[in-house]
Design a protein around this ligand. Sequence first.
Ligand SMILES: NC(=O)c1ccc[n+]([C@@H]2O[C@H](COP(=O)([O-])OP(=O)(O)OC[C@H]3O[C@@H](n4cnc5c(N)ncnc54)[C@H](OP(=O)(O)O)[C@@H]3O)[C@@H](O)[C@H]2O)c1
Ligand SMILES: [Zn+2]
Length: 338
Amino acid sequence: MVLLKANLMKAFGVDSLSYVDFDDPRPGYGQVVVKVVEAGVNPVDYFVVSGMRRVEPMPHIPGAEFAGIVEEVGPGVKDFRPGDRVVVYPRVFCGRCDMCMGGHEHLCRFGGIVGMITHGGFAEKAVVNEANLFRLPDNVPWDLAASLPVAALTSFHALLEAGVGPGDVVAIVGASGNTGQFALQLAKIMGARVLAVSTKKWPLELGADAVAPVEQSYDALIKMTGGKLADVVIDAIGTPTLPVSMKLLDRRGRLAIFGALRGETVTFSVPELYNREVRVIGTTGGTRAEMAKLIDMASRGLLKVKVWRKLPMSQAKDALRLLFSRERDGRIMLVGEE
Ligand SMILES: NC(=O)c1ccc[n+]([C@@H]2O[C@H](COP(=O)([O-])OP(=O)(O)OC[C@H]3O[C@@H](n4cnc5c(N)ncnc54)[C@H](OP(=O)(O)O)[C@@H]3O)[C@@H](O)[C@H]2O)c1
Ligand SMILES: [Zn+2]
């Protein structure tokens, strides 16, 4: 039997993850085997490994965000061949339900997340549906390629759903995070003035107009704009920051939320919402059409990623342990073996 190396969870808990031999994946009809070159490490992977999400199949290979090289194609695959550089759209979708037909395949009624309801990319190779593959231009570096499917796509979709446009004032809470660093760059590309809310200073190097920690964010916003509040706030941090995010919002402002990293409950005063016509928008993931635009932006040199650590693929356990460490200062990536 042919084997591949994979980070496999036989039970829940980061400590249960081990880098072991696993059955070599065979591509079914319309499927492609991708040799993983680089994978981004995200909170979703931590939640999967910790058993905080419904996970299939078990034993399970996590990893929602990855890019690589086509190694083998299954029957019926038309558009890809071995050697192609590719990046993987991270949502499984049926293509036939009302959500898919409406262009919202990230909300497919029969779908889910790659690496959660299927084996993922924290392995030497992964099997994915041809419909999930995008060709990657040669000039897009692997660090960036492996940051487009989750970090960049989630942020881009949220900014689009919040209707960010030229001249808007946007505050990004958690601007040094995986999603935050793309939210700030994309908001700039969309023509906004951006306050990065972070204890780190380097979001300025990614183009933020100002940076401030949560406690000083209101004053920093007023200073940045000369008195105006935010048209859009992106906040995926949750309980500790949402009350501040509400205060950053201007009348008719939009608060976009795609996660609750530090706590899921929050209290809002109802008049605070309706008196100011504030809109709260939930988003999750993004569409393939948005991912195609991100790949195009990446190939035109418009996007960067700040990587803190690159670990070998065999060290997914260490990568997940470092994800919420105080010293983290940028993305953590897992790199496949040559
Ligand atoms: N629905 C989806 O499709 C989707 C996709 C991606 C992510 N998410 C969710 O979105 C959330 C963010 O993901 P991520 O990958 O961007 O996370 P991340 O990289 O771990 O976020 C780190 C950022 O959060 C900030 N932060 C952490 N704790 C904080 C606190 N107590 N107060 C203020 N700021 C705090 C950090 O601030 P400093 O800059 O000061 O260090 C840093 O900027 C997670 O819950 C994730 O699951 C959802
Ligand atoms: Zn569907």
